[in-house]
Design a protein around this ligand. Sequence first.
Ligand code: 6PG
Ligand code: NI
Length: 215
Amino acid sequence: MVEHPFSFAISPALTLTDVAERKIIRRVSDLRRYFADTESLESMIKDGDPVAYEVLDIPRPEREGELISGLSILYPGLVGAEYFMTKGHFHAVRGTSELYYCLAGSGLLLMENEQGEWKTEALTPGRVVYVAPGWAHRSVNTGTDERLITFFVYPANAGHDYLTIEQRGFRKRVVNDNGTPRLVDGGADSQSVVSRLVGTPGSNQAPEKSELKTQ
Ligand code: 6PG
Ligand code: NI
């Protein structure tokens, strides 16, 4: 790799294609263990398995002193009542942080640490979110028809720990409650809460407000 400075442009219209060498595409089927409503998920997979998000980045040697930057492009959509979201992860090196800069769309960054604290920050164009060391992070697109596009930068030696989140999930889930994003508990009963928020076809069941929690 050439060890020289370089520059690039970012904008919602320009997707880093001039410099990005890596493109990751995640379809709904790649997120099987992440969404609560497994029935809706399986029927979406049968109906064409849409792309949930793409990540474009500029690879750098994975060593201290280097930075990896790129774009995360999260499509709008719902699995049951749950908005499209990224897998989410801790950095394997817990002491590393990350910056997100929102270019387009609307959503939030859901974060939690291993001490049991959680936090959400809004992602709207122009906003920057600083993910402090030790905080797992997941982007959620709460928009109805726009892609959520963020530019991210993190230390190249950070690494990814996906397993912790894949196995136990985030403490909170973000669901669409009649058009309004709501946070609900992500525990063992979350599947029933998420299903109830969608309602069963023809039942017109209203969500039980007592089960909804906002920050
Ligand atoms: C990272 C960044 C970011 C992230 C994407 C997709 O550390 O790599 O947080 O680029 O990878 O937003 O999210 P997932 O990696 O959780 O699927
Ligand atoms: Ni990260």
